[in-house]
Design a protein around this ligand. Structure first.
Ligand code: AMP
Length: 316
């Protein structure tokens, strides 16, 4: 039996299914989580399907979460999408159910749960949920599930720009587009930024420092965050910006948090950066990772490591 068939068999066994995703959700976290929830609601109307987790700041146009009590977890099946490690699951009640399934496209560094389906070749976890739908006649797509899954794919591929975009990604996206939702409006919602984030974008372009091998960085200190009146969640749309600069090969955006430490957002056009992320309390994909730095010393250390990775990459 394939793992996907095992997952469907589990889904059929349970009356209550609760779906979680990672903290600080992005469109793929919500797209895969609520896309799966909608798909299951539409396919199995007699079951109770819930989507839970912390705030979806800035992504309300995609989906909202549901409030459920701890009692609801008794005897329930819990599915977590798009989340590599258990500490990043939102919220922490995910282990109160009878059985736990992980569905993810990040490297399987922490195989939590009773059953895992991990496909690191998938552009997004939303693409995996769409693959799941395609495998079984019992699963019935509708407009809302298609909108969410399409949004997740658009989000994680940078609108089909990143190397994770495969022919299969485009085929799946085309199949989802056949459903009646407004893809142009959704693309606009994913792309558009507030005026203050537009101003912060100008700051990022002006202040990205790049060395001779293409290692780039920008520090967004608390003072800068306050000056532009932006929150940590609002930095999501500026992370990719240094990548459009020809000279930049790999880069970090260091976002200082109210507590003082830095959230590190790492991206690359070639050098593999997730091992570096793992050494600094983080992880992620080979070309898109996240980490943490306790102070400016660790910020400098991480930047020096990016410089070394870029230098090695140039000399291969
Ligand atoms: P971000 O810069 O937060 O958009 O993260 C980019 C990628 O790195 C995502 O795929 C995340 O799942 C992963 N990631 C970010 N932060 C962490 C972390 N602290 N631990 C593990 N993976 C992370």
């Amino acid at each position: 039996m394939t793992v996907q068939a095992e997952i469907l068999a589990e889904i059929k066994k349970y009356d209550t299914i609760i779906i979680h995703r990672h903290q600080r959700p992005d469109p793929d976290a919500l797209g895969s989580q609520v896309g799966l929830a909608e798909l299951l609601r539409n396919s199995f109307p007699e079951k109770n399907i819930y989507q839970v987790g912390g705030p979806v700041e800035g992504l309300e146009y995609l989906a909202e979460m549901q409030d459920i009590s701890e009692d609801t977890y008794r005897g329930a099946l819990v599915i977590v999408t798009d989340t590599a490690n258990a500490p990043r699951i939102s919220d922490s009640r995910f282990d109160l159910g009878a059985r736990l399934i992980k569905i993810d496209h990040h490297p399987n560094d922490e195989p939590y749960g009773d059953l895992q389906w991990v496909n690191t070749n998938a552009s997004s976890c939303s693409e995996m949920i769409a693959d799941f739908w395609e495998l079984f006649d019992e699963l019935i797509m509708n407009e809302e599930a298609a909108r969410l899954l399409y949004g997740g794919i658009v989000g994680d591929t940078g609108r089909f720009l990143y190397p994770s975009t495969s022919a299969h990604t485009l085929e799946i996206a085309a199949k989802l587009l056949r459903y009646d939702f407004d893809a142009a409006e959704l693309n606009r919602q994913i792309q558009q930024v507030s005026q203050k984030v537009a101003h912060l974008s100008g700051y990022v372009y002006q202040n990205v420092t790049v060395d001779a091998n293409g290692a780039g960085y920008v520090i967004l200190s608390k003072e800068i965050m306050d000056k532009f009146e932006v929150s940590d969640a609002e930095t999501a749309s500026i992370v990719s910006l240094p990548g459009v600069v020809e000279e930049v090969l790999a880069w970090a955006i260091f976002v200082q948090q109210p507590e003082g430490y830095y959230r590190v957002r790492l991206r690359s056009k070639g050098p593999v950066i997730n091992e570096l992320a793992k050494q600094h309390h983080g992880g992620g994909h080979p070309l898109a990772s996240g980490a943490n730095a306790k102070d400016l010393d660790e910020v400098n250390e991480i930047y020096q490591e990016i410089q070394r990775l870029c230098q090695e990459f140039r000399t291969i």
